[in-house]
Design a protein around this ligand. Structure first.
Ligand SMILES: [Zn+2]
Length: 122
């Protein structure tokens, strides 16, 4: 992985969780793509972001089937589904089955694990 801030390493490499309502990406409403904060791989489109009220950036779908990888996480006495970046293996967050249609999924993602690439730039 490239040089990352200690805060980002805590999330991406050590499966940490940022405090809720701390991410500036919560109020990011421009068109564009959310990419992996570690490797830059496209992960979520702004079109799939929704206001979940959870305090973390939330999406109802990944940019493509293979963009993220999920696996069962039984840490902290809970059974959750962890979401990682397929390209680099970085920890992103978790996915829950209480999201909006059409998928019914809620990808609950740490803002520190993401970068935002606005449309028409780059
Ligand atoms: Zn990545």
């Amino acid at each position: 992985m490239p040089d990352l801030s200690p805060e980002r390493r805590h999330i991406l490499e050590h499966c940490g969780t940022e405090p809720p309502f701390s991410s500036p990406l919560l109020t990011e409403h421009r068109a564009g793509t959310f990419v992996c904060g570690a490797c830059g791989a496209p992960l979520f489109l702004a079109d799939t972001k929704f206001e979940s009220g959870s305090g973390w950036p939330s999406f109802f779908a990944a940019v493509s089937d293979g963009a993220v990888t999920t696996k069962t996480d039984t840490s902290h006495g809970m059974s959750r589904t962890e979401v990682t970046c397929t390209a680099c293996g970085g920890h992103l967050g978790h996915v829950f089955e209480d999201g909006p249609q059409p998928t019914g999924l809620r990808y609950c993602i740490n803002g520190l694990a993401l970068d935002f690439a606005p449309k028409n730039e780059k």
